[in-house]
Design a protein around this ligand. Sequence first.
Ligand SMILES: [Zn+2]
Length: 305
Amino acid sequence: MTNQPRVNSDPSTSLRASLEAASCPMCRSAPAPTLRYDFDPYRVVDCPNCGLTFLSPRLTESAILKLYADQEYYVSEVAGQGYDEYLEVRPNWVKTFTKRLDQVLKYQKPGKVLDIGCGPGFFLDAAQAKGYDAYGLDPSDYIVKVAREIFGERIKHGVIETADYSADEFDLVVAFDTFEHIYRPLEWLSATRRVLKTGGLLAITTPDPSSMLAKLSGKNWVSFKLPEHVFYWSPATIRRALTDGWEILEINRAGQYATLGFLFRRLFRLSSNPRGILKWKLDLLNKLSIYSDNGSMTVIARKVK
Ligand SMILES: [Zn+2]
C-alpha cells in the first residue's frame, strides 16, 4: 500500500491495492478457475477440477483482519456488511447454537469445547447451559473485549493456527459461520485436529453453494457476503477436505433463528436503523422469530487415530 501513487483519495483505489488472486487449496495444479458471479472488484469462481467455489480476486488476509478488528464491523449500519444488529439478537443466536449442539449431543456427552470465531460469546452461553466447559477464540480485538466482560479468560484473542492450546485438549471444536472466512482451510483443519482429543468432534456450519436456496437465489444469495466469505464449501468439497484423519458422521441442512424484522431487512437490504412507519413495522416484526434454512450445512466429523 505504501508505494501506491496517491493520485486521489477514492476509497476504491486503496481497496484495489489490497486485492489478490486466490487458487484452490486442494488442487495444486488446477486450470484457471471458472467465473460463477462477478461482484466487481470481487469474483466468485469455481475450481474446474474439484468444484470448490471461492472468491478470487479477494481482499488480502491482512486487509480483512483490519476490517474484523474494529467495532465498526460489528455494529455497522452498512447494509449487507454482515453483523448488523448482531449484538442485539442474542436470544436467537443462543437458540440457534442450542439446536446445533443438540445434533452433536447424539454422538458425545458434554465435555470441554472450543468455539473458533466465538464473536461475543453466544455459543458459550448455549454450551454452558448444556453442561459443557466452554472456551472461545476470536481474531477481533473489539469482540474479544466484549466477550471477556462475561466469560473472562475463557476467551482468547487470536487464530487456531497459532493459539497456545495443548494438543488433545478438547472434546469438541465448533466453527459456526466461521469456516467460510478461513484463508488457509487445510492448515486450519490440521490445527483444529491437533487440539482435539482422538475421538473428539468437529462441528462446522457454513454456507453451501449447492443448496436449493443458493441455487434459487443465484447472485442474490444471502451468503455471498463480500469480501468476508472467501470459500463456499459444499458437501462434496468438504468431504475432500476432511479425508485425512477425519470420519464424517453427518452433513445436514442448517439454518438459524432470526426475527422476522431481521429477515425482512436482509431480504430488502435495509439499514438497521430505519425511521417512520417502516421502523414501527420492523419493531413489530422484531418481536417474532422463526427458524429458517439459510442455505447452510452442518458437518459433524470425528478425529480418528
Ligand atoms: Zn480444486
